[in-house]
Design a protein around this ligand. Structure first.
Ligand code: FES
Ligand SMILES: [Fe+2]
Length: 433
């Protein structure tokens, strides 16, 4: 039987118009709780948000020589970033062999200028170019130059911060995060070196963590260590262009650390704290939330990044990379890491128990404080805007639009079969609640 043509297939737009977004409500309340629990919303967020956004991955100082690579998974997309042997730049590629889709890189990190796929030994260089395809030498019409790895857009800031954007037509980085690169200059990233990484596996939505990260209204009750180190009543969040800067005055007076409490903000670090104040004017730390899923937090003894990696509607992996000041003694490094991990595990517990209640379906939306929770209003407003905008695009087209889609549909036969799949998935991905 002849398969139907694309034109004959029914198209069906996702039924996202059921999403109860009210412009007025969304500015004062949280978004509806189903945004934190629904698998359908999560799948839609991939296309509407994660496949369009600039997302922080790592720092250039971790790439010492050509061929050094690190692999990542953001919202289900596996990719790796590698230092090119040709020009020393860092490039990102989908970790998908162009032959039959086996992962080209199988470790979290490594170093090689020759990337050989273990399935059938197709071999790529550090620029993603296909150099060898055993057995294909005499295949008529096969062109190695058309079968390199799919490259992902990258941006490296002057501070060495590396970002990716999965979209085939990304918004320019400096438009997306207008003004952020200049603010980052307040901190001397070159004076810090990689120390360690760790991760937490959370049974909660990515936004559950963003909620906690976006305000310090909870700090007095949930973060005793942080509240002792900073004047929490000075804490404020200033939304910018898709990023938000957090400010708080550090406690500067000399005081002896209480037994059993972290002392890294205490007497022995006072000199460094005062030095930072001179550099940055009111600089008391540089903490930046970067919509949607990253944070860069700079302190005197160290800076660290957080990647909030969405795995599913109710699972998120949190990855932390810590960079300490060059020459910092081991005891101070440990003190900072202990302090950081204590704060982060406190947030983790808040998120875990909050999500359990969100999952019950009783709670729908809550009132937000206009000033103390403006960071939530800010980022949830971005979520709402991107969801709404992408929904309209898909409605107009009548089918899902994935900005991250790659591939060469070079024949009519492939396009036709692709059309069948898209129509079938349209039906499955309908949002209906
Ligand atoms: S899948 Fe990689 S060589 Fe075949
Ligand atoms: Fe917190």
């Amino acid at each position: 039987m002849t398969p139907p043509t694309l034109a004959q297939l029914p198209t069906q737009a996702p039924q996202l118009d059921a999403i109860p977004i009210d412009k007025n409500v969304a500015r004062k309340h949280t978004l509806p709780a189903k945004f934190w629990t629904s698998d359908e919303v999560f799948e839609f967020e991939k296309r509407a948000i994660f496949h369009k956004s600039w997302m922080y991955c790592t720092h250039t100082s971790r790439f010492e020589k050509s061929g050094d690579y690190y692999s990542f998974n953001i919202s289900g997309i596996n990719f790796f970033i590698i230092k090119s042997k040709t020009d020393g730049s860092v490039k990102a590629f989908h970790n998908v062999c162009r032959h039959r889709a086996y992962p080209v890189v199988r470790k979290d990190k490594g170093s090689s200028n020759v990337l050989a796929c273990h399935y059938h030994r197709w071999t790529y260089n550090s620029d993603g170019e296909l150099k060898k395809a055993p057995g294909f030498e005499d295949v008529d019409g096969f062109d190695k130059s058309e079968n390199g790895l799919f490259e992902i857009s990258t941006h490296v800031t002057p501070q060495g911060l590396i970002y990716v954007n999965f979209s085939s037509d990304p918004v320019p980085f400096d438009t997306w995060f207008e003004g952020m690169t200049e603010e980052m200059n307040e901190f001397d990233f070159s004076d810090y070196e990689y120390h360690m990484s760790y991760e937490l596996d959370g049974k909660f939505n990515w936004k559950t963590l963003c909620d906690s990260y976006s305000e310090c209204l909870h700090c007095q009750s949930a973060h005793p260590g942080l509240s002792a180190a900073f004047k929490i009543n000075t804490y404020k969040v200033v939304p910018k262009t898709r990023y938000a800067r957090h400010y708080a005055e550090i406690v500067r007076e000399e005081k002896k650390p209480e037994p059993g409490k972290s002392s890294w903000f205490g007497k022995k670090n006072d000199t460094k704290v005062e030095e930072k104040k001179n550099i940055g004017g009111e600089f008391d730390g540089l903490w930046i939330y970067q919509f949607p899923i990253a944070g860069i937090n700079c302190y005197s003894p160290a800076w660290y990044s957080i990647r909030i990696l969405p795995i599913s509607a109710k699972r998120t992996i949190l990855q932390y990379d810590i960079y300490t000041k060059k020459g910092l003694d081991e005891a101070s490094k440990k003190e900072f890491v202990d302090f950081l991990q204590q704060v982060e595990i406190e947030d983790y517990e808040l998120c875990r128990l909050t999500q359990k209640n969100l999952n019950e379906g009783i709670y729908s939306t809550g009132y937000l404080h206009p000033e103390q929770e403006n960071g939530l209003l800010f980022y949830q407003g971005l979520v709402k805007d991107m969801i709404t905008e992408h929904f309209k695009l898909e409605q107009e087209k009548g089918e899902p639009i994935d900005p991250a889609a790659v591939g060469n549909h070079s024949s009519g036969e492939i396009e036709e079969l692709d059309g069948i799949c898209q129509s079938l998935e349209c039906g499955k991905s309908s949002i209906d609640w």
